[in-house]
Write a protein of this length. Structure first.
Ligand SMILES: [Zn+2]
Length: 318
């Protein structure tokens, strides 16, 4: 766990950028700044949320309670409950003002004791709304843009078994780890000022945006049979996208998906270097052709072992 490794004592929202920040670390801090702008806790069992200083009470400024004399400043929200899912009313009365108490009592508790989770507040018409619940959860693997370093073991097991050219497996690994030089990575490295996608100019260019969700990529995938089963999802990271794909799409179709992801990235690089790019139809057709060549090469060699496809060049030629 990132926190356990880097933060034996402090919570992640208290982190500051040190002078020898590694790339991973810098990316992590970058995400932290992003998260701090809109993140708050959703109360579960209350064991991860500090009563004072953590954002957890809707209706209060910044969702926070300020500390007060005579009360343990390291107290956790769980300490405000008499049992799981039940507020300790007399304790609330002792510590908090009426307004604070009212705000706290509006927070729904559940007795089943799910862990606390960080959620993202989305400001619309001056009101905060819970837009999505996938953000940072303390002590847990993160599902946000920066968690790409961490994936469940089954993810890697499935990925390494895919029957695609080794260079494409390596590409998938790089996407998963956030090691492709998309605009987000370039901004982290301070090579560019912005992380915005230069093709659609709609969103930041993350690995999943650069290969899948950019409008330029969607145009390529629209003809694929697997498109409809993946297109409705919102994917905060490449891992969340590809994990879903591996669970949803049959292995034979996954081959084409991987090839098209790889080709989209190459086309994106051509656009980045202001070279002429392919039409989406052409990319799709090339992908289908490459897949057929790859499969034929493996059949000829009498095996489906991906390492046997020595005749496959993987070049994107017409
Ligand atoms: Zn884009």
């Amino acid at each position: 766990m990132l926190k356990a490794k880097y933060y034996p004592k402090h919570n992640v929202m208290e982190a500051k950028l040190g002078s020898n920040a590694s790339f991973l670390w810098r990316s992590f801090i970058w995400g932290k700044e992003l998260l701090e702008k809109g993140v708050r806790w959703r109360v579960g069992d209350g064991r991860s949320i500090k009563v004072f200083g953590d954002p957890w009470v809707p209706g209060l400024e910044n969702f926070k309670l300020s500390s007060r004399n005579g009360v343990d400043s390291d107290m956790f929200v769980a300490n405000l409950m008499v049992e799981r899912g039940v507020w300790n009313l007399s304790l609330l009365e002792q510590i908090f003002s009426e307004q604070e108490r009212e705000a706290i009592l509006k927070i729904p508790l559940i007795r089943t004791g799910r862990p606390d989770a960080c959620i993202w507040n989305y400001c619309k018409n001056g009101r905060y709304e819970v837009k999505s619940g996938y953000w940072l959860a303390r002590e847990e693997v993160r599902e946000a843009s920066l968690n790409h370093v961490f994936a469940p073991l089954h993810y890697w097991k499935h990925l390494w078994k895919l029957k695609v050219p080794p260079k494409m497996l390596h590409f998938l690994w790089r996407c998963s780890m956030g090691f492709i030089p998309c605009m987000e990575a370039l901004q982290w490295k301070r090579i560019t000022q912005t992380a915005q996608c230069f093709r659609c100019q709609q969103e930041n260019e993350s690995p999943v945006h650069a290969t899948w969700s950019c409008a330029a990529c969607v145009a390529v995938f629209e003809r694929a049979t697997f498109f409809s089963s993946l297109s409705s999802g919102q994917y905060p990271s490449f891992i969340s996208f590809f994990d879903h794909a591996m669970k949803t799409v049959a292995d034979e179709e996954l081959q084409l998906l991987v090839i098209l992801l790889w080709m989209n990235w190459h086309d994106r690089n051509k656009a980045y270097h202001q070279e002429s790019t392919e039409t989406s139809d052409r990319i799709f057709d090339n992908g289908v052709r490459l897949l057929a060549e790859w499969n034929n090469a493996n059949i000829r060699n009498g095996t489906a072992n991906r390492d046997s496809g020595a005749t496959f060049t993987g070049d994107v030629e017409s």
